[in-house]
Design a protein around this ligand. Structure first.
Ligand code: NDP
Length: 316
C-alpha cells in the first residue's frame, strides 16, 4: 500500500467507518463513463488506501464494485473484513417486506455475505414505474432493522433525509440510524442538518463533495470554481490542489466525503488528505461560499409524498 489510509469515525452502534469513501455513482459525471470502469476504479482505490466504497442498487454497478473488491482480495491487498462497503435501497422497494429481498439481491451482485452499511437511498417511495407511492419510511425502517438483525448489514442508516424526517425515524425506532448521507459542499454547507446529526450522534456522509468546483451541467452555478483565488491561496500554502482543500474542509467539519473518480491519479489525490490541516479561519472562509444551491435535484419527485428538499433546514 503506497497511499494514505483514512482514519475512522465510530458510529453510534460501535462499528467504525473510514472517513473517505470512493463514490461509484456516475450520474452527474460529464461523459458518463462506462460501468466497466468501476471495477478498475475500485481496485485502484483499494490499492492506494481506500477502505470504504459507496454504491447503490440504482447505480447498476454493484457487480463491478464486487468484482473490484474480489480482485483486491485475490491479489492479497486486503481482506474483506478490512473493507467497509455501503449500498442503498431504492425507492421502489420501500415496503417493509421488500427490504430483506432487495438487500439479498444487492449482496448477490456484490458477491458478498454482508454489507457494512445499508441506507434508505431517499425518503420518498415510488412504484417500479417511478410514479409516487405512499409507503411511510418508518415502515421501511422496520425492514432495515430486520436486515441488521439478520446480519446482512452491520449498520443501517438513511440518505437524503431532512431534519424532520431524521428526527422522526430517530424518535420512533429501536435501532437509531447510524448515518445520514446527503449533499454537502462549499455552496451547500448544510450547517443546520449537520448540527442535528451531531446532536443525535448520527455520522454524516457528504455526497457531491466538490459541488460546482468540477464541471457540472448547471450553467449559472455559484462559486467556487477550481481556480477560485481563496482556494488557490490555501492550495499553494499546503502544496495541495483546490479539490483536496475542499475534501479536507469536509473532514475538518467531521464529515465523511464521497469523492467520485474513475481516474487513477485523481483517485489517489482524493485520499491524500491526512498530512495537513486547515485552520478554523480557513474552514469559515470556505463555509462563506454557501448559497444553499444543490448539485442534485430530483425535481421530478418534487410533488411526491415525503420529498425531502426544503430550501432551508430549521435551526436546531
Ligand atoms: P463529486 O463531487 O464526487 O464529483 C465527481 C466529479 O468530479 C467527476 O466528474 C470526477 O471526474 C471529478 N473529479 C473527481 N476528483 C477530482 C479531482 N481531484 N479534481 C478534479 N475533478 C475531480 O460528485 P458526485 O455527484 O459524483 O458524488 C460523489 C458520490 O456520492 C457518487 O459517486 C455517489 O457514490 C454518491 N452520491 C450519493 C447520492 C445520494 O442520493 N445518496 C447522490 C449523489 C451522489 P473523474 O472521474 O474524471 O475524476
Amino acid at each position: 500500500i503506497n497511499g494514505a489510509e483514512a482514519p475512522t469515525v465510530q458510529l453510534n452502534d460501535g462499528h467504525k467507518m473510514p472517513v473517505v469513501a470512493l463514490g461509484t455513482g456516475r450520474g452527474t459525471a460529464p461523459g458518463s463513463e462506462s460501468v466497466e470502469e468501476v471495477r478498475r476504479a475500485v481496485f485502484d482505490a483499494i490499492s492506494v488506501g481506500y477502505r470504504h466504497i459507496d454504491t447503490a442498487a440504482i447505480y447498476n454497478d454493484e457487480a463491478q464494485v464486487g468484482a473490484g473488491v474480489a480482485d483486491a482480495v485475490a491479489k492479497g491487498l486486503v481482506k474483506r473484513e478490512d473493507l467497509f462497503i455501503t449500498t442503498k435501497l431504492w425507492n421502489d422497494k420501500h415496503a417493509k417486506e421488500a427490504v430483506v429481498p432487495a438487500l439479498r439481491e444487492s449482496l448477490r451482485k456484490l458477491n458478498l455475505d454482508y454489507v457494512d452499511l445499508y441506507l434508505i437511498h431517499f425518503p420518498t417511495a415510488t412504484k417500479p414505474d417511478g410514479s409516487p407511492d405512499s409507503v411511510d419510511y418508518l415502515d421501511t425502517w422496520r425492514g432495515m432493522e430486520e436486515v441488521r438483525q439478520l446480519g446482512l448489514a452491520r449498520s443501517i442508516g438513511v440518505s437524503n433525509f431532512n431534519s424532520t424526517q431524521l428526527q422522526r425515524v430517530y424518535d420512533s425506532s429501536q435501532v437509531k440510524p447510524a448515518v445520514n448521507q446527503f449533499e454537502v459542499n462549499p455552496t451547500m454547507t448544510q450547517e443546520p442538518l449537520v448540527k442535528l446529526c451531531k446532536k443525535l450522534n448520527v455520522a454524516v456522509m457528504a455526497y457531491s463533495p466538490f459541488g460546482f468546483l468540477v464541471s457540472r451541467k448547471n450553467a449559472d452555478a455559484p462559486p467556487p470554481k477550481a481556480d477560485d483565488p481563496e482556494l488557490v491561496k490555501m492550495a499553494a500554502k499546503y502544496g495541495k490542489t483546490t479539490s483536496q482543500i475542499v475534501l479536507r474542509y469536509l473532514i475538518e467539519r467531521g464529515l465523511t466525503p464521497i469523492p467520485k473518480s474513475t481516474n487513477k491519479e485523481r483517485i489517489a489525490q482524493n485520499i491524500d488528505l491526512f498530512d495537513f490541516k486547515l485552520t478554523e479561519d480557513e474552514v469559515a472562509t470556505i463555509s462563506k461560499f454557501n448559497k444553499n444551491v444543490r448539485v442534485i435535484h430530483p425535481a421530478g419527485m418534487k410533488d411526491y409524498p415525503n420529498y425531502p428538499f426544503v430550501t432551508e433546514e430549521p435551526a436546531v
